[in-house]
Design a protein around this ligand. Structure first.
Ligand SMILES: C[S@@+](CC[C@H](N)C(=O)[O-])C[C@H]1O[C@@H](n2cnc3c(N)ncnc32)[C@H](O)[C@@H]1O
Length: 233
């Protein structure tokens, strides 16, 4: 049987594929691409085969392929609609020979232990039922010494917190509603989802509990985003 979060995430993303890139950038005040570039910069250029999980429309997969000539990337996502938009984007970028997009779930990856030199994932852990089990599964497919790196939204601290609350409670739902009913749903969902996730989970501790070494985090754009990375021992 499907888990609740699988159905919710699938339903949420199914209508977004064709418009995802344009509005994701707009709704993050243009910060999204900058955050992804920092994420990709955590992956050594020598990593020849990289897995990008929750790849969506393949923005990170493309950045990874561009970042190192000859690197091959597998992008995995559970949403066929997001992957369809991703395939078109990979074709347009002329990278179809180096990026393979596959449908699958982060909780049970269809790959052998240690198959990849590095692994990235973006905006994933809020959608899974058991973040620790998922982290362990992600780490499993990375070779010892390989980098695991993720990007997630964060909750700004101090004086920025009330402004963030205003944005996610009022600005984001309104902006989403202007775009389409599907984006209105995302606009209303994001703030509570981000807030609840960070109340429940300490990211760096979660990574250490999953057995990763040398765990580090960098908060970006006044704390609106966070990149965490570490090494598979
Ligand atoms: C907000 S999108 C991010 C897409 C892309 N990483 C980016 O940066 O634009 C989140 C993606 O996670 C995927 N997703 C959510 N839960 C997943 C799971 N359990 N396994 C695989 N993909 C999942 C969704 O289908 C969606 O494409």
């Amino acid at each position: 049987m499907s888990s609740v979060s699988e159905v919710t995430a699938r339903e949420l993303f199914a209508p977004l594929g064709p418009t995802y890139d344009r509005y994701a950038r707009l709704l993050s005040f243009g910060q999204d691409p900058r955050w992804r570039r920092f994420l990709v910069s955590r992956v050594p250029r020598t990593a020849g085969r990289v897995l990008d999980v929750a790849t969506g429309t393949a923005a990170v997969a493309i950045e990874l392929a561009k970042g190192a000539p000859g690197r091959t990337v597998v992008g995995l996502d559970q949403s066929p609609e997001m992957l369809a938009a991703g395939r078109a984007r990979v074709e347009r970028a002329g990278l179809a020979d180096r990026i393979e997009l596959r449908q699958g779930r982060a909780e049970s990856l269809p790959f052998a232990e240690g198959e990849f030199d590095a692994l990235t994932f973006t905006y994933l852990l809020r959608y899974v039922d058991d973040p620790l089990a998922t982290m362990c599964e992600l780490a499993r497919v990375v070779r010892p010494g390989g980098v695991v790196a993720m990007l997630e939204f964060d909750v700004p601290r101090g004086v920025w917190r009330p402004l963030w609350e205003l944005y996610v409670r009022v600005g984001l739902p309104l902006a989403g509603a202007v775009v389409s009913p599907a984006w209105r749903e995302v606009g209303g969902f994001l703030g509570p989802s981000i807030r609840a996730f960070h109340e429940r989970v300490s990211l760096e501790q979660l990574w250490r509990d999953a057995g990763l070494d040398a765990v580090r985090a960098r908060r970006l754009s006044l704390g609106g985003g966070v990149v965490v990375w570490g090494i598979r021992p």
